[in-house]
Design a protein around this ligand. Sequence first.
Ligand code: GDP
Length: 449
Amino acid sequence: MLYDTIVGIATLRGTSAINVIRVSGDDAVTAVASVFRGRDLSTATSHTVSYGHIVDREDVIDEVLVSVFLAPKSFTAENVVEISTHGGYLIPEKIVALLVARGCRIAEPGEFTRRAYLNGRIDLSQAESVMDVINAKTDAQLKLAHQGLDGSVAALVTGLQKEILDVVAAIEVNIDYPEYDDAIVMTDQIILPKLRAVTARIDETIVKAATGKVIRDGVKAVIVGKPNVGKSSLLNTLLGEEKAIVTEISGTTRDLVEGELNLGGITLKLIDTAGIRETDDIVESIGIARSRKAMNEADLVLLVLDQSASLTDTDRQLLELTKDKPRIVVGNKVDLGKRYDPLAGRMIDVSAKQKTGIRELEAEVRRLFVDERVIASGEVVVANARHIGKLKEAALALSDAMAACAKRLPVDMIEIDIRRAWEALGEITGESGSDALVASLFSRFCLGK
Ligand code: GDP
């Protein structure tokens, strides 16, 4: 037996219709059979559901349905039993305690998925996508997560790895059977063109991944503007317009708030701007120093101006302060007339009060952060920051290899860089990489998954 048998509650605890308890390992069926009154589970075929009761000696704990999945065709590739119980706190806890008494161990967060990975049923990128599927809050996020889960991302990465291996193979063949006596000819004619081609493919993947990352992780945004320009009104309008409020928004109307909202399919993660709230002191009210920090953390600044009034020094200061950031100037209160369009440069006309201009604002956010062609293409897009980091490592190693070629270094030295690129890509799928990496990834999972 490679692993012990684990048990975990796969659903949220609390008042709900049902709970699911998941058991995985060699002894999963026997352990559950020993507390089950109903058919003999040890004779149950795979992928069947049995009705019965979980009992503690003579006491019935719950009326349940038990699903049996026999190795290797299960979520973990081990024997898996899922017990559907009534909801609530007590029943699942009691059943888990019973199974622990029968030798099962309480699963760590992510341990079921980790086993699926360790048992070779899925690769690391698929395992990570399990959490992405669970966490998805927009359709686009779900679509990306499915690409990861169904192995498309892994296939893309494996394809890139194969191209790199082809370069290595070309080197090996030519070292062993030198068609070219001259190593310089070999690097120029064989290695370099292949390296350029695979680097171009990786670079293209990285460029597309920028859109993927925005869809997956959202955009950190901060709303700034002097008092009374309509920041709170804008926020309320955005929240009111967009039915899909992702998390609850806390705070008062005076403190702008921290939270998430779905703007045209992109999750805007609002950074708390309580530090920029108004006070009586106009200088302090801008809180330039504090707002600078919030702005530095942000991917996007929404600078709200009241375009029905003249620009003030404060507006100009904020325009200056944010000019190098990805920024959208929101010209609010357009219903009261426009005073200074040319002064502020490109500006989106909005009336937070009359709820106009919101679609244009959404479109502007997408224009800044999303390459619509990437989305329309339906191609596989890498979105996970860890994966993007590894792609960049691989690209860097290949550029080192190309630099080594240019310096006419011996081919075996060039090969070291090329192998480094291959390994970096392997860390995406978990083919290469450390146990520590795997442990840290799975520790972020929820219990029972
Ligand atoms: P904040 O201090 O920047 O958060 O500004 P508020 O959202 O509290 O708005 C200040 C005042 O401007 C309030 O009286 C709002 O009703 C008003 N206001 C906000 N947006 C608009 C708008 O688009 N048009 C008009 N006419 N009034 C607005």
